[in-house]
Design a protein around this ligand. Structure first.
Ligand code: SF4
Length: 287
């Protein structure tokens, strides 16, 4: 629970605040950009939410903060807003919320599908979320983009007898995984689901393309709201930037509208605009 005694000094005064346990992961800024801002070492409230919509957005951020660093000085609506999760994004694709500090606050997603539901990376393991996933029909597959974002996948796998899918190069982060993906060629794993290995951020990083519309990108590809452009994290590339650039170029052969990343905004762009932005990103990466 956030501590008013540790309040970040740049917070705008008022009900919502961020304390100094913040790890500056960016989840709150994605969910409530009208309220939270990057203040250097931490995030901070730069403007108290003024409308009902902004209050709900800030409350979502409070719930999803991996470190419990967001608080309110007065009573809040967290118990009500919590019921919205997982948040429906489009079609049958959801943002799970409740980001885990074990994955540095990375986003995770859920796909409700007639062939069995998918969890993409892992939120915190919470009885409330387990219940929500049960109501949605459980979890058949847990797709792990890479080693950094496994969080509580093992607990979800055990609870739902779900099958974890991970690349051989990342297996040490989740050694009991049921399906180990070998090699670096894309493969249609199931109707509508294609696995695309993208070495770069880590050697065994993989993406999941669903319906040629939703691309779950882990830490390979992101969207930067400030520049309204696709983005790759050069300062957080742990394996090889040239390899990541090659992997990014490979993606220009696919069609998709949504980029759903571990960090950075969730974005939907028209197919042509997405492709144009992706090609521009590849050129920037080569520079
Ligand atoms: S979600 Fe929490 S940990 Fe992440 S930047 Fe915001 S306040 Fe900090």
């Amino acid at each position: 629970m956030a501590d008013p005694a540790k309040i970040v000094s740049t917070n705008a005064s008022g009900n919502f605040f961020v304390d100094t346990t913040c790890i500056n992961c960016d989840a709150c800024r994605q969910l409530a950009p009208a309220t939270f801002v990057d203040a250097g070492e931490y995030s901070a409230v730069y403007q108290q939410p003024a409308t009902d919509i902004d209050v709900i957005a800030a409350t979502r951020a409070l719930l999803c903060c991996p470190t419990g660093s967001i608080g309110t000085k007065e009573k809040n609506q967290a118990a009500i807003v919590r019921q919205e999760f997982p948040l429906l994004l489009d079609d049958n694709v959801y943002y799970c919320g409740f980001n885990s500090a074990k994955s540095y606050g990375a986003n995770s997603f859920f796909v409700k599908h007639q062939g069995g539901n998918w969890l993409i990376d892992s939120p915190k393991f919470l009885p409330f979320l387990v219940e929500k996933f049960e109501q949605l029909g459980g979890i058949k597959y847990i797709f792990l983009t890479h080693r950094d974002d496994v969080a509580d996948a093992a607990k979800y796998a055990e609870k739902f007898t779900a099958v974890r899918i991970i690349h051989a190069d990342e297996l040490y982060s989740q050694p009991e995984s049921e399906i180990v993906f070998e090699g670096y060629e894309a493969s249609e794993f199931a109707p509508e689901f294609t696995i695309i290995p993208v070495p770069g951020h880590t050697k065994g990083h993989m993406l999941l393309l669903y319906k040629n519309k939703f691309l779950f990108t882990g830490d390979h590809l992101s969207y930067e709201p400030e520049t309204r452009g696709l983005y790759a994290f050069r300062n957080h590339c742990w394996y090889s930037w040239p390899e990541q650039t090659k992997s990014m170029e490979k993606l220009t052969h696919y069609d998709f509208e949504w980029v759903l990343a571990g960090h950075g905004d969730k974005v939907r762009l028209p197919f042509a605009e997405m492709k144009k932005q992706l090609k521009a990103l590849v050129e920037r990466m080569k520079d």
